[in-house]
Design a protein around this ligand. Sequence first.
Ligand SMILES: C[S@@+](CC[C@H](N)C(=O)[O-])C[C@H]1O[C@@H](n2cnc3c(N)ncnc32)[C@H](O)[C@@H]1O
Length: 265
Amino acid sequence: MEEPSVKQCCATFYGSDFARILLGESFHPGGTQLTERLGSLLNLGPASHVLDVAAGRGTSAFCLAEKFGCKVTGIDLSEENVRLANQQAEQRALSRSVSFQYADAEMLPFADSTFDAVICECAFCTFPNKPRAAQQFLRILTPGGQLGLSDLTRSEKTIPELEGLLSWIACIGDALPVEQYASILQQVGFEIETVEDQSGCLLEMVQQVRGKLLGAEIAVGLKKLELPGIDFSTAKQFAQVALRATREGKLGYVVISAQKPGSIQ
Ligand SMILES: C[S@@+](CC[C@H](N)C(=O)[O-])C[C@H]1O[C@@H](n2cnc3c(N)ncnc32)[C@H](O)[C@@H]1O
């Protein structure tokens, strides 16, 4: 499959109502609590300008702006997510400190050394060219700037039942062992600072998604909800396999913080 269609398919899924029904507003394990943890690890404050890469509908960006007083720019490859996130920023009267634009993580439209911090939650694993995205993160950070990554990990290269397009969409398809994420970041020039296992958050999320799938299927059956084209039987089977893989430690979730070498201005 060509890279753009994989990326676009992921963006279309996460821009859909189905994603919001299954995941709520925060599209990553641990929700805003884990986002706050990331913000603390990066020592964010009112002087920070943060780039949220693959910001979804902006939940993390609003959380960071409200909790740490920082300025946040979000980018996402789903035009629908960008539209909804900017709408939210206006409704929350946060447009001056939080804004969103359409962009690809592998081709960031910002000048070198623009941001004090970059966060990327539950999205790096979906990028077909991870070193290129990591290089972009490094380039747009100021010297001494920090990266906070939270992402899915997998202990084995192949989990046959989870292969295919559905696993790409669910961010599992190209998830890597934690050492490989660290190695990609180091190879482009980052210094790793913290690595935290947060697999408990993933287990909780997969359990919740299974429950919500059942609820959505019943609501569709009762004609209280319209979700055309959703194959519930495959989705439920997939959630079951993901739950087992998480319990067995084959899938996990990690938070990594890293620094761009140089002194903070
Ligand atoms: C699992 S969601 C995570 C969203 C958000 N970070 C959060 O945690 O709520 C993945 C997001 O990555 C976006 N995405 C996928 N590939 C992308 C790319 N190459 N560049 C920018 N965004 C991308 C999708 O549109 C989607 O909103």
